[in-house]
Write a protein that binds this ligand. Structure first.
Ligand code: ADP
Ligand code: MG
Length: 235
């Protein structure tokens, strides 16, 4: 996953991203931090083809997203990218199994049963597949969302504040899971977070301010991250 000189100016003139370049090697867990309004979500949306940069390019899996027409871009998004949101975004009327396999149905791809079993086991949902989302705890629902994000074997999973709605212990479990997916499957994960302890689980942390990457920390610690973010917020 890579961004090359990406600038995003919203109608009205807000420069949400200002010449951002970034290359994330496969199998990397990347955390993106920064004050509210610094461009974290916009970075994620441009990298995932949910939004179009004003200039510059975003590459997933060797494909320049900007070179694709709308149909191909949707196809790339559905098959090569997974999304996890703070609010889980599960479909309440569908079973856990049907939630997990929804991206396959949207993409018109048959489930790989062996992969599905592995995934369900890895996220710890064996025995709960017939339930409805409302019957599960927040942490379990987020694990369903993570399984759903992974079901197509995407090149990158983007997670925007995936632990934002969870208590500390459950948040740690979800982070353990993301970490294990990176370590065990070589999954590339890009996670936006406000939480220094969450970002400390990543291999690499970017700090953003005013649409720019102002710092890159390798195997960051929570203390250093918290300190840097506090400095950025008061600068
Ligand atoms: P973060 O996720 O770090 O809080 P965002 O990427 O959401 O930041 O926003 C970056 C800047 O772009 C902010 O000033 C925000 O108000 C602005 N912005 C985000 N989305 C839009 C939009 N759809 N239209 C106009 N301005 C936007
Ligand atoms: Mg945001």
């Amino acid at each position: 996953m890579a961004l090359s000189h990406v600038t995003k100016v919203y109608p009205g003139g807000v420069r949400a991203l200002d010449d951002v370049s970034l290359a994330v090697p496969r199998g990397t867990f990347l955390a993106v931090m920064g004050p509210s309004g610094s461009g974290k979500s916009t970075l994620m949306h441009c990298a995932a083809g949910l939004d179009t940069p004003t200039s510059g390019s975003a590459v997933i899996d060797g494909t320049d997203i900007g070179s694709l027409n709308e149909t191909r871009r949707t196809q790339l998004r559905r098959q090569r990218i997974g999304f996890v949101f703070q609010s889980y975004n599960l479909v309440g009327s569908l079973s856990i199994m049907d939630n997990i396999t929804l991206p396959l149905r949207l993409a018109g791809v048959a489930p790989d049963q062996a992969w599905l079993r592995t995934l369900v086991e890895r996220v710890g949902l064996t025995g709960r597949l017939g339930r409805r989302p409302a019957e599960l705890s927040g942490g379990q629902q987020q694990r369903v969302a993570i399984a759903r994000a992974l079901v197509t074997r995407p090149a990158v999973v983007f997670a925007d504040e995936p632990t934002g709605a969870l208590d500390l212990r459950t948040a740690r479990e979800v982070l353990d899971l993301l970490r294990a997916l990176v370590d065990g499957l070589g999954q590339t994960v890009v996670m936006v977070t406000h939480d220094a302890a969450a970002a400390a689980r990543a291999d690499l942390a970017l700090l953003m301010t005013d649409g720019r990457i102002v710092d890159t920390l390798v195997t960051p610690t929570a203390d250093v991250l918290a300190q840097r973010v506090t400095t950025l917020e008061t600068e």
